[in-house]
Design a protein. Structure first.
Length: 494
């Protein structure tokens, strides 16, 4: 039940830990940021809700890094007292555990509960509005929703609203009330709604779930409703995304597929998604230069190599850090700009393009980001330093086009990179490793959890959320996952 559990409000700082922050900044000087901070925190508290499913967020101790919240300030006051700043990584790790223990008995936010009580309950030790005390649950009787647990009638109505875009009519509600198998009737209703235009159609809920991932901009769109500067058609990306999320298709295709998908409406106005097994030449002949997908099939990796993705992220850059960062953010859930998901690679960054990324303030992120980006370096965006050459194609000798702008060292840029500590030969392997990760499954489930429940999972919902994440690996179907999601108390409790 979502209304009678601990009062965790929007903006809570411990939360579920689903956005894995890779640097817990526990001292006022930002130069003390340490990528090992979250892991060290969870070494001290392995059983708290945030750590059972990942690692804590930067906002556990910060308002906005490096600004400390009240809990972070108390921790900082006990962190290696008397030792000069900035702390080296090993010194930081060694000092963090004792500092956390030293503030366990404090009540940093003044809400009447110790920091340790709050961490163990999953509430925030830095927010007086977030406490371990649950609200009272009062069952309102037979004529109202069951507010103390899963209510099948409520779930039935919610399924229709969420997936069909309308409330069930009176006949449907009466039929459900008299059903001998309410669970079966609920899932039959869900199946019907999953086929609705409201859910799976062009510009439907699934289609628009991709907005943040695709980043449409009509001014540079090609194809239907082209803008004044037509560079690529993001309709291809929306169609591809929606296809991978519907009809029981394998969601891994999102980052691994080599075919294309076209979305159309039939004479009845029903959306259809057609898989196109085309080479670049075939697509060029059928759609022309403004729209065709230029990457050859052997080098395609789903949305990672679509023309719009390369155009809008890689643009004219030699080492496409923005492209890799966007892929890491929207498909795996880690925002490097917020210091999430940092997994430094030894001896990186090497700064092949002379951008100064070896500076101390930059290297903490680029030691992860640059190895993520190397596999994207052979895929062209808009062009290179010499002009609009080999646009949107995979090009073995692409680095030669950047010697003029980035220096001769750029020629040494490898195509091989590192993702989650695993060496990947190219973007195709990048996509394969990404889709086999828990981060990919977690990001997919979180897409729909936040869409349907309008907030991230609360600490007491962590086990149910994790079950959905784990279960996705059994079938790789978003629709099957949604059947499991509507059975959770988080979904079905008023």
């Amino acid at each position: 039940m979502r209304s009678s559990t601990p009062t965790f409000r929007a903006g809570l700082v411990l939360g579920t830990g689903l956005s894995l922050a890779a640097a817990l900044l526990l001292v006022p000087d930002a130069t003390d940021a340490q990528p090992t901070g979250p892991a060290t925190f969870c070494d001290a508290y392995p059983s708290i809700p945030a750590c059972t499913e990942g690692v804590v967020e930067c906002t556990t101790c910060h308002v906005n890094p490096p600004e400390l919240n009240v809990y972070g300030a108390d921790v900082s006051g006990e962190l290696a007292v008397g030792t000069a700043r900035p702390l080296a990584g090993d010194a930081f790790d060694a000092a963090l555990g004792p500092a956390l223990v030293a503030v366990e008995g404090m009540d940093s936010d003044g809400d009447g509960y110790s920091n340790l009580e709050e961490l163990e309950a999953g509430s925030s030790p830095a927010d007086e509005r977030s406490t371990p005390v649950p609200e009272d649950c009062v069952d309102e009787g037979a004529d109202a929703w069951n507010t103390c647990g899963y209510d099948a009638a409520f779930a039935f109505k919610k399924v229709h609203i969420d997936f069909c875009g309308r409330s069930p009519n009176l006949a449907a509600r009466e039929a459900f009330a008299g059903a001998s198998d309410p669970a079966g009737a609920l899932h039959d209703a869900l199946d019907a709604c999953l086929d609705s235009e409201y859910w799976r159609g062009i510009d439907g809920r699934v289609w628009n779930l991709a907005n943040r991932k695709i980043g449409p901009l009509q001014a540079i769109k090609s194809g239907v409703e082209a803008g004044p500067i037509p560079l690529a058609d993001y309709d291809d990306d929306y169609a591809y995304w929606t296809y991978t999320q519907t009809d029981g298709h394998d969601v891994r295709m999102m980052l691994t597929g080599s075919d294309l998908v076209r979305a159309t409406r039939d004479r009845d106005g029903i959306s259809q998604y057609e898989v196109l097994n085309r080479t670049p030449d075939q697509d060029y002949d059928l759609r022309g230069y403004d729209q065709y997908q230029a990457v050859r099939k052997a080098k395609r990796a789903g949305l990672l190599t679509h023309r719009w993705f390369l155009m809008s992220n890689t643009m004219f850059t030699a080492i496409p850090r923005t492209t890799a960062a966007q892929a890491y953010r929207v498909f795996l859930g880690y925002d490097i700009s917020r210091l999430e998901g940092l997994q430094p690679v030894d001896n990186e960054p090497l700064d092949y393009d002379s951008k100064g990324v070896q500076a101390e303030a930059c290297a903490v992120c680029h030691s992860t980001l640059d190895p993520l980006a190397y596999p994207f370096s052979r895929y062209n965006g808009i062009g290179d330093a010499y002009g609009f050459n080999n646009q949107y194609e995979y090009w073995d000798d692409r680095m030669e086009g950047f010697v003029l702008s980035d220096g001769p060292g750029v020629l040494d840029t490898p195509e091989e990179g590192v993702l989650f500590g695993q060496t990947v030969a190219d973007v195709v392997e990048w996509g394969e490793v990404a889709t086999q990760s828990e981060a990919f499954r977690r990001s997919r489930v979180l897409d729909y959890w936040t869409m349907l429940l309008r907030e991230r999972p609360r600490p007491q919902e962590a086990a149910a959320f994790q079950a959905l994440v784990d279960g996705l690996a059994d079938h790789w179907s978003i629709e099957a996952m949604l059947h499991d999601l509507v059975d959770t108390e988080a979904y079905g409790a008023p």
